[in-house]
Write a protein that binds this ligand. Sequence first.
Ligand code: ARG
Length: 579
Amino acid sequence: MPEAATAVVERVTALIARLHPNMSDDLDTAARPSEHADAQVNVALGLAKRIGKNPREVAQQIADQLDLTGICSKVEVAGPGFLNLTYDDVYLARLLKEVAADSRLGVHRAETVETVVIDYSAPNVAKEMHVGHLRSTVIGDALVRMCEAVGHTVIRENHIGDWGTPFGMLIEHLVDLGEVGAARELSVGDLDGFYKQARAKFDALPEFQERARARVVALQGGDTDTLRLWQLLVAESARYFATVYEKLAVRLTDADLRGESAYNELLVKVVERLGAAKLLTTSDGAEVVFPAGFTNRENEPLPLIIRKQDGGYNYATSDLACVIDRVERLRATLMLYVVGSPQAQHLAMIEAVATDAGWLPSPARMVHVAFGSVLGNDRKMLKSRTGESVKLVELLDEAVQRAAASVAEKNPELPEAQRNIVARMIGIGAVKYSDLSSDRVKDYVFEWERMLSFDGNTAPYLQYAHARICSIFRRADLARESARAAAISLDHPSERALALWLLQYDSAVWDALERYSPHRLCTYLYELSTRYTSFYEQCPVLKAESDAVRASRLALCDLSARILADGLALLGIQTPEQM
Ligand code: ARG
């Protein structure tokens, strides 16, 4: 679906190519939304520099010769040589009608379909999921939805930490507790308790330490009974993770689990292939790779440890195996790692080594979709009242409870069954949105009042704007679809402002996707509800002055609601029709 701007850019580009055939390459011909006009084109500035003329005169020449009939009603030269454009209302109305008739709401598909592997969530077995995993899960889920929406093939991978030395002590602790007792403890979700007890014994008792070490060897050697006990730990944790995913209403399922252990057999190959590529060096008894450009504080080359002195493999080794698996078996062209910023260096080293080894042939590439921390009110890492790290489940349950209370207060007539469903949509939506709406690379402060507020850049505000539109149609006793064919007129400035924004949905989705930055879509949706609100305050809909105006406004309402619901759905957030 061509946006208004596309048509402008085409004509501007064609005109300049005709006027200045040798000067037109790579000029910035974009038509951007601006405060002073529907769109602004700044091409005259760049062109004037190239041909050595006054930018205002160049702009005037373009304005005089540019034929935007049927697209713009006005072209003005402003400032140092900007072209300020006003779109033709008839043209905008036609575009709106096309978007309304499109089930994709104007969002165009990807020109090249990619196979995108998204590595996200990735909690650790027998450890509590914390807010860091919340961020990875929520951001990853939004990226999954956005990639699918534009037609990419998406493979979800939950790279859980299910392998490595801690499993020696965890299994021995399980043996001490007895399998049944241990399973009970894990199933109630007290993963941290379990882990801490094991750790405490490991630190205090040499005998336990000994057993734990022997257990790791047995595990890596494939001892049947050890593997069975390990499996038990993994299964109990996975069951627990699944309950969290269900509460969160994210797309992850058991079928997406692909933990570190899945790469076991490939680890030997990683070493072989790195050796064959002459990348492997021995350093302090360990086999390591020194990728170019990585140094420690003393400015010495930094090694990526592939195989430790004791013969054991590392987190890095399984990540390298993972690259091979994703590129060669899954045929991934794009691999997204939704992992916290502290792992930036680790992932950069993996990428460097994989590139040097030739495991990332174009177009295959890795992108670290990094994110910052979740902070408490004290601007320090979010902690519970007792100073422990916050349990994700408790956080989610509290969100739903708080939302239920505010729904009960705002809409007491809503039947209880429905209220519970709505409370879940609002509570979980609020948690997700507060995470997604801030730039992911920054830290953000977790604040109940703010995220659950019906005002400001929050999920409840957007959900409420949507529900309000649904209620207009209920009051008018009108099917939503019936509004879509109406002729749209844009006589009031707030109608126009809303219309212009509705036509930006395609670029908002793409902009968020190309930068792997869901917050950009949040910002778009927030601005949409703000513009909708001022339209609604200034333009009576059901009591409009004529049937034609009423139909036109209903069409704008319908399209606004659809884009709100669609955009929130891309973020993994549901939209109740009543709240
Ligand atoms: N399990 C790790 C953690 O909790 C995250 C794993 C991220 N993914 C990866 N391929 N390294 O920190």
